[in-house]
Design a protein around this ligand. Structure first.
Ligand SMILES: Nc1ncnc2c1ncn2[C@@H]1O[C@H](COP(=O)(O)OP(=O)(O)OP(=O)(O)O)[C@@H](O)[C@H]1O
Length: 276
């Protein structure tokens, strides 16, 4: 049983206006990443301003996960540079400014930690040498779990949660951390429509607080309503900007080989794109 599932908030332009565009929170210039002879990213230039949600779209193998890993310093690019909040990734991570949710299969869910332990990892960075949770830290953990509707599951082992609940635990951890930039690699993969709606509502609320989100997704039809910006990736950036301008038939045809007829934004039903 979960508690207090967040409601889908209406889009609030006033809240967006409270966070005018300033310096980018994420600034990637001419990034190139190779794995031996596989060129995963080539001359990728992307930026994201504060208080916006950017959808990262591309077929399997187009380089989305590699981009997240390069942003987190988990792969070393051969070309170009990454700046987060005008500084290096290492500095942004040390300052707790950035949180990363890898794809589910990259996480060891059998690790013997509770839901609450995982969320508490978000506050460890700001603890002193003793690394002991203070009352305020425990309150931050509890509040974060409550916010994602998982307070009742705090003591459960992380592997005993459903796929959608696990994703919400990661979001709770980033809330406890007070991260300003969330990097989410396919958070909607394998979750049902209701859980997806719960998560998009949460992320929209976090965006309205001025946080920024880069999120990879195969749910093209959901992008225009959910995202402020979109990036279409196919090893290179094929298009970026306003979702309606990015998700054109022509751009989708370039990204997916042929534009999937049910994947264009005008179609109300959600469409998921598999391997090309
Ligand atoms: N560790 C690795 N070693 C060698 N090649 C890799 C490695 N990781 C990824 N690749 C290759 O790099 C390219 C980009 O992979 P990446 O995982 O970034 O794509 P993706 O867009 O995230 O795919 P998906 O949607 O399937 O998650 C692919 O050709 C992939 O096979």
């Amino acid at each position: 049983m979960t508690t207090h599932p967040p409601q889908v908030p209406p889009r609030d332009p006033a809240a967006r206006d409270a966070h005018p565009s300033g310096p980018p929170v994420l600034d990637v210039r001419h990034l190139g990443v190779r794995y031996d002879d596989v060129r995963a990213l080539d001359d990728v230039t992307v930026s994201l301003r504060a208080g916006s949600i950017c959808g990262l779209i591309g077929v399997n193998g187009s380089g989305k996960s590699t981009l997240f890993k390069a942003l987190m310093g988990l792969v070393v690019p051969q070309e170009g540079r990454v700046e987060l909040f005008g500084d290096t990734t290492a500095s942004a991570r040390r300052a707790g400014l950035v949180a990363y949710m890898p794809q589910a299969e990259e996480v060891d869910w059998t690790f013997p930690v509770s839901v609450s332990d995982v969320v508490a990892m978000g506050v460890y960075g700001r603890l002193g040498a003793a690394r002991r949770l203070r009352p305020a830290d425990r309150a931050a953990v509890a509040d974060s779990l409550d916010r994602v509707g998982l307070a009742d599951l705090a003591r459960r082992q992380i592997g005993q949660l459903s796929g959608g609940q696990r994703k919400r635990v990661f979001i709770a951890r980033s809330i406890a951390q007070d991260a300003r930039l969330l990097l989410l690699d396919e958070p909607f993969a394998g979750v049902d429509r209701s859980s997806e709606r719960t998560m998009t509502a949460l992320l929209t609320a976090l965006r309205d607080e001025g946080r920024s989100v880069l999120v990879s997704t195969h749910d093209l039809a959901g992008v225009p309503a959910f995202c402020d910006e979109a990036v279409l990736l196919h090893r290179r950036v094929l298009a970026q900007g306003d979702p309606a301008a990015v998700l054109t038939q022509g751009n989708l045809a370039r990204a997916f080989g042929a534009a999937p007829p049910d994947a264009v934004p005008a179609v109300p039903t959600a469409a998921r794109i598999g391997d090309s």
